[in-house]
Design a protein around this ligand. Structure first.
Ligand code: ARG
Length: 620
């Protein structure tokens, strides 16, 4: 700076010096941040987030005044557009913006070459060394995500069937999506509380208890053999509708249940036990873990909830009912009915408050059919209105889903026209999967034990996959014929593909120890376009999951697994992995890094199967 200027304006001089110091500090900070990011980590790198950071820095340097750089990094659809594309969403002069950003790109470990294409896309080519290093890391350390969920808690409300009623396919879809959501968040390091908000309270228990008293009068002493709870429910409903005396007694039972009369409470518990045993058959078969915390859990909290809304001036009385209007919601909540009873609205409000304040959840997810979205919108709106929930702090999310239909696009029915019982659905899955295995004569090569493992793996895998692989926002058609097909995007195809990949090393006599050693010593070269494509696809796993953590659209995981399997096949078919003598079958040459690439695919696939809880069999 010109000394005469500094003298004439001492302030300017001082500010100039300060500015130099600050710039110096900023550079140090930037460098250590960069060092921190490129420090080798055991976790897989989420490449699109990393590129987003790199381009974010470039954007900041190019346009220091803009707060949040309007940038989007997505995987490229075609190889000619590089591996990723960065698109500035700045509307003016996109081409110029792209050039300016590119000029300011900082040194980084992942992008090798960038080119500007079309009206302002930036095509990014990943460094070959970076890709191969990432794959080596994956083989050595396993498939691990960055610790996104450290010290964060998720409450997932799913399954939630109703006591003394049949658990139906809607509950099954909720169970399968909810379980996958739980596993996904656990994998990302969150603490997950899985809650089964069963319908275990309400006036219907009056008639059930009254009927129990008549049919099994010694129930307090001897556990009643209620074989068929559905029939029991129907019978008590019929009596409730036709017998005046019975109806009166049913009402009394409700009152006595609410006042915690021990005998009546015992009857209620017995009924819940019978239902629970039925539900557990499904949960055990599908390996679902859930804590039962139904509507009854909130009973004692409900009077205070109603009072809180009244005290804060949100309560209204309408035709003897207590209601709460929520701005923007067309239907008010009913917190107390005209007969003094509480409703689903009251128990959901109480449960939500408990999850926010006692569980201290950072994220609360309800996996419930989309038919109930108005209910949840209103409940969530009420929680914000009364000041329990600040959406900036806690995310409360209804992950709705469409109905499950049969092949005729109508309600899922059995051949004789009745609604399908879930336990029968699982049975049929098992039977059909065994038929299929026998048709392929697998019973001739597999041991009885292996055959059974393959049967359950395919049957339950297909049922889970069927409910997940359609966008949850749409309905889904359930057809065993389609689902057990081992072609196309089905669990059957993927499970077969997986066992095949797993067998490549084994058939070349390469054991686990040799693989581990090779993983450390062998560089993964990727010298063919198909292999590069496969390498990139493998490394897209973390970003695929990260997106699902946000939108809970699990079908994108299914699409990813399918893409991985088909990309693998393309690459495997075009390049030798293991060369064998055609006549003798002797191994002539092993291309070790290609075998390692197969192993990387298998490792990612295994992890991807683990999220929906699909369990591959050793042999199929
Ligand atoms: N039991 C309800 C039903 O069968 C689902 C409950 C969902 N969870 C909740 N917190 N409301 O439709």
């Amino acid at each position: 700076m010109d000394s005469s200027v500094a003298q004439s304006s001492p302030n300017l001089g001082r500010l100039g010096e300060e500015n130099v110091k600050l710039k110096y500090r900023l550079n140090i900070l930037r460098r250590s941040l960069q060092a921190e990011r490129t420090r080798p980590t055991k976790n897989m790198v989420t490449i699109n987030s990393r590129l987003q950071e790199v381009f974010g820095c470039a954007f900041k340097a190019a346009y220091p005044d803009l707060e949040n750089p309007p940038l989007r990094v997505t995987p490229s659809q075609q190889p000619k557009f590089g591996d990723y594309q960065c698109n500035s969403e700045q509307k003016v002069n996109p081409r110029e913006t792209a050039e300016y950003i590119t000029k300011h790109l900082p040194d980084n470990e992942c992008a090798e070459k960038v080119e500007i294409a079309g009206p302002g896309f930036i095509n990014v080519h990943l460094r070959k060394d970076f890709v191969s290093q990432q794959l080596t890391n994956l083989l050595g350390n396993g498939v691990q995500l960055p610790p996104l969920g450290e010290n964060k808690k998720v409450v997932a409300d799913f399954s939630s069937p109703n006591i003394a009623k049949e658990m139906h396919v809607g509950h099954l879809r909720s169970t399968i999506i909810g379980e996958s959501v739980g596993r996904l968040y656990e994998f990302a390091g969150y603490d997950v509380l899985r809650l089964n908000h069963v319908g275990d309270w309400g006036p219907q228990f009056g008639m059930l208890i009254a009927h129990l008293q008549d049919k099994f009068p010694d129930y307090p002493a001897v556990s009643p053999p209620i074989g068929d709870l559905q029939a029991f429910h129907k019978e008590s409903k019929r009596r409730f509708d036709t017998e005046e005396e019975f109806k009166k007694r049913a009402y009394q039972c409700v009152v006595r249940l609410q006042s915690k009369n021990p005998d009546i409470t015992k009857a209620w518990k017995l009924l819940c036990d019978v239902s629970r045993q039925e539900f557990n058959k499904i949960y055990d078969a599908l390996d679902i873990s859930l804590i039962e915390r139904g509507e009854s859990f909130s009973q004692d909290r409900m009077p205070a909830i109603v009072k809180e809304f009244e005290d804060k001036g949100f309560g209204q009385v309408d035709d003897g009912r207590k209601t709460v209007f929520v701005p923007g919601c067309s239907v008010p909540l009913t917190t107390v009915k005209s007969d003094g009873g509480y409703t689903d609205d009251t128990s959901d409000l109480a449960a939500l408050k408990q999850r926010l304040f006692e569980e201290e959840a950072d994220l609360i997810i309800y996996v419930v059919d989309s038919g109930q979205s108005v209910h949840f919108q209103t409940i969530f709106g009420a929680a914000q209105m009364i000041g329990w929930d600040d959406p900036k702090v806690t995310r409360v999310f209804h992950a709705g889903f469409g109905v499950v239909l049969g092949e005729d696009k109508k309600k899922l029915k059995t051949r004789s026209g009745e609604t399908v019982r879930l336990i029968d659905l699982l049975e049929e899955g098992l039977k059909r999967s065994m038929d299929k295995l026998k048709e392929k004569e697998r019973d001739k090569v597999l041991t009885a034990e292996e055959l059974k493992a393959a049967q359950t793996s395919v049957a339950y895998g297909c049922i889970k996959y069927a409910h997940l692989s359609h966008n949850r926002l749409n309905g889904c058609i359930f057809s065993f014929d389609q689902r057990l097909d081992d072609r196309g995007n089905t669990a059957a195809y993927l499970l077969y593909a997986f066992t095949r990949i797993r067998s490549i090393a084994r058939l070349a006599n390469i054991d686990e120890e040799m693989l581990q050693k090779a993983a450390q010593e062998t560089k993964i070269i990727l010298d063919h376009e198909k292999e590069r494509k496969l390498g990139r696809c493998i490394l897209r796993f973390p970003e695929t999951l990260q997106k699902i953590l946000d939108d809970l659209l699990l079908h994108t995981l299914c699409d990813y697994i399918y893409e991985l399997a088909t990309t693998f096949t393309e690459s495997y078919d075009s390049r030798y992995c293991v060369e064998k003598d055609r006549q003798t079958g002797h191994v002539l040459q092993v291309h070790m890094w290609r075998v390692l690439l197969c192993e990387a695919v298998a490792a990612v696939m295994a992890k991807a199967f683990d999220i929906p809880g699909i369990k591959p069999a050793q042999r199929m």
